[in-house]
Ligand binder design. Structure first.
Ligand code: ZN
Ligand code: ZN
Length: 264
């Protein structure tokens, strides 16, 4: 992993690298993506907000995009709401919060449990809540986002973030998927989930093993593979070895607050 200036390409800070069950001292999914002065957060799962605060103030985020409405990908929106409402801020700007189709109704049902605390709009006080159209392109400052449906238990969208000639593609949660493969084609950095242990079988497919992440990456021709969303029962060495058996390119396993830079 390399450090580079904020002015070029994309800079990704891992806010959480665990699968749905946080590893000790580690958060679930979240990624801070910086693109030529634009800062967006892709997912904000269990514990990811504490890692965001290690590198950036809550108000200094230009937008948040959520891949799907599983707690390990969005639940820290709740403490973020408290940070934005009650924490120290130098401006009152509302942060655009882009949810997947159907996500707004689900999130409003969840935070409805806090209604007595805030008789008016619990979310709307601090967020501009909207749902993205997965077939379209979403522009956030210098970044352009495209989406692809994944193979998962609920509607879920992988995203590809492009800035100039640099791109990062993030699988969110998925089983092997031709749509995700097409989205990731020739991407500079592929942040790919590796939830399943070797030999683990799902009755309904919704995740990848590290070996399957390697197969997907090789077929998509990605320039670099970063494995993430992995459980405590494995080691980075095991993940690397399984993915490397199927993928010939540059490969790493990320940990919380790792920084990856994409310059091409
Ligand atoms: Zn997940
Ligand atoms: Zn999920």
């Amino acid at each position: 992993m390399t450090e580079a200036s904020d002015a070029e390409g994309l800079r990704i800070t891992v806010l959480g690298s665990s699968n749905a069950i946080p590893r000790p001292g580690r958060a679930c999914s979240g990624y801070l993506i910086e693109a030529e002065g634009t800062a967006l957060v892709a997912d904000l799962g269990t514990g990811a907000l504490a890692n965001l605060f290690r590198v950036r103030a809550a108000e200094d985020v230009d937008a948040i995009v959520i891949s799907h409405m599983h707690a390990d990908h969005f639940i820290d929106l709740v403490p973020l709401r408290y940070a934005l409402k009650y924490g120290p801020r130098t401006n009152a700007r509302k942060i655009p919060l882009w949810l997947p189709p159907g996500g707004e109704a689900m999130l409003r049902r969840l935070v409805g449990a806090f209604a007595r605390e805030s008789p008016h709009d619990f979310l709307g006080e601090v967020f501009e809540v909207a749902e993205y159209a997965p077939s379209g392109t979403l522009s956030i400052g210098a970044a352009q986002l495209r989406f692809a449906p994944t193979v998962h238990y609920i509607p879920t969208f992988a995203l590809r973030c492009t800035c100039g000639t640099s791109s990062v593609t993030y699988t969110a949660d998925t089983a092997p998927s031709e749509d995700v493969l097409a989205l990731a084609r020739d991407t500079g950095l592929f942040m790919c989930e590796a939830t399943l242990l070797p030999g683990e079988r799902e009755t309904t497919r919704g995740h990848l093993s590290a070996e399957e992440a390697g197969i997907l990456s090789e077929r998509a021709g990605v320039r670099r593979l970063a494995l993430t969303h992995y459980p405590v029962e494995t080691t980075p060495e095991e993940l690397l070895s399984a993915a490397a058996s199927r993928y010939s390119g540059e490969l790493c396993v990320v940990d919380d607050v790792d920084v990856l830079v994409v310059e091409d």
